[in-house]
Design a binder for this molecule. Structure first.
Ligand SMILES: Nc1ncnc2c1ncn2[C@@H]1O[C@H](COP(=O)(O)OP(=O)(O)OP(=O)(O)O)[C@@H](O)[C@H]1O
Ligand SMILES: [Mg+2]
Length: 378
């Protein structure tokens, strides 16, 4: 079934028993709101009472922006639905409520986070709310610690591994985060002034070894339920409350990957604000606070917590953060925080500094022991 603006009214009518938000005779307004690459996202509201609404996310059997010649399994939405379900059990209020999942049609009907802003846009505008970072730290801390392999019975871990064996999406990340950016690949691009830095990086064997090591961890560590795409575009902020969306990459993996991705996008924001020291200082505080609320949840959840558990998560997170920064500078998918800088010489200077820092994180991730030491390097 191809879901689009023309077929949606009929779909909603057929599915109203399951979705249970609108009466069958309700006059509905439908608009496309998604700005993503993979899927289509719609807002459906009651024409007479627009405050009654929901969001529909549909995964076509291909990559939306590239079209049907680029197939991609619709199973990605099954993983997103499973993640939403478990997030709603563990940390309700931090994700949209899920009203319905139609596996056959690959559609999720969920709570509309009306009037929310995308965290990335808030950071770009220089609005940094430490409470948001704390809430995301808490979200990750609860999900990771309560699904952590050492904290649950083996049968539960086995169940998670099987429910979140999202290998298709995991291998996309393996390619686009860990491999393609550091090889010759047609999807890579960068600002021409960055050429010498990119060549130097690609010839740095110490760096390349660490990238291979981190890729191995990414592909083999099975620690806890990992969102898999928790950058600042996957966080919506509604009434000062952070909400996590877009869990189609969720898998049972190395939990430090979520922290690393999240931090990397704060670091990129940090470099993009190189002329605004008060914003940079707030970003640093937010990064530190994320770790504090994260570790607090781990300590609460696990009385027999081994010292090396959080140490290892931290090392992995720092290495992943470095790779995420680099792929956002020289890989296929860049970030608006930096792409929107119009002054070319300023953009290059931001990119050079971010590239340097990302490289250092990857190379030194095993010897950096706490977040304060990392922040001190900025
Ligand atoms: N529950 C929701 N409430 C309000 N807006 C939402 C909701 N879910 C998604 N959106 C809007 O739709 C956009 C795209 O959603 P989402 O990131 O889930 O789609 P995607 O196609 O998977 O994107 P990507 O290609 O980045 O992976 C979000 O940035 C947000 O603006
Ligand atoms: Mg997505």
């Amino acid at each position: 079934m191809e879901l689009n603006l023309a077929t949606l009214p009929d779909y909603l009518h057929r599915r109203h028993e399951e979705i249970r938000i609108f009466e069958p005779e309700t006059q509905l307004r439908i608009e496309e709101i998604g700005d993503g690459n993979l899927n289509t996202v719609y807002r459906v509201s009651d024409a007479a009472r627009p405050e009654r609404s929901l969001v529909l996310k549909h995964a076509p059997p291909y990559i939306k922006i590239l079209g049907p010649d680029y197939p991609l399994s619709t199973e990605r939405l099954t993983y997103e639905s499973r993640a939403l379900e478990i997030y709603n059990q563990l940390v309700s209020g931090t994700v949209p409520a899920q009203y319905d999942f139609d596996e056959e049609g690959s559609v999720i009907a969920m709570e509309d986070l009306r009037d929310a802003s995308v965290l990335r846009d808030d950071l770009i505008s220089g609005s940094v709310d430490t409470a948001v970072a704390e809430q995301i730290g808490r979200f990750m801390g609860i999900v990771h610690s309560q699904t952590y392999v050492d904290n649950v019975p083996e049968t539960t871990a086995q169940h998670y591994r099987q429910q979140f064996a999202n290998t298709t999406m995991q291998s996309i990340t393996a390619d686009y985060v860990f491999t393609f950016p550091f090889t010759e690949h047609e999807t890579n691009f960068w600002t021409p002034g960055l050429e010498p830095d990119v060549q130097q990086l690609k010839a740095d064997t110490g760096f390349l070894q660490q990238a291979v090591h981190l890729k191995h961890i990414f592909l083999t560590a099975q620690q806890g339920i990992t969102h898999g795409d928790l950058h600042t575009g996957s966080v919506l902020v509604q009434d000062n409350t952070a909400k996590v969306i877009d869990a189609e990459f969720a898998f049972y993996g190395p939990v430090g990957f979520d922290i690393g991705l999240y931090w990397a996008n704060y670091f990129l924001s940090f470099f993009s604000h190189q002329d605004t020291s008060h914003v940079q200082s707030e970003l640093k505080t937010a990064i530190v606070q994320t770790w504090h609320t994260y570790t607090a949840e781990f300590k609460l959840a696990d009385s027999g917590l081994k010292a090396e558990t959080l140490e290892n998560i931290f090392h992995d997170a720092i290495g992943f953060a470095g790779l995420e920064m680099l792929r956002r500078l020289i890989g296929a998918a860049h970030v608006k925080d930096i792409e929107s800088i119009v002054d070319l010489s300023r953009k290059i200077s931001v990119e050079k500094a971010a590239l340097q820092f990302g490289t250092t994180l990857v190379k030194q991730h095993q010897s950096l022991h706490d977040i304060a030491a990392v922040i001190a390097m900025l």
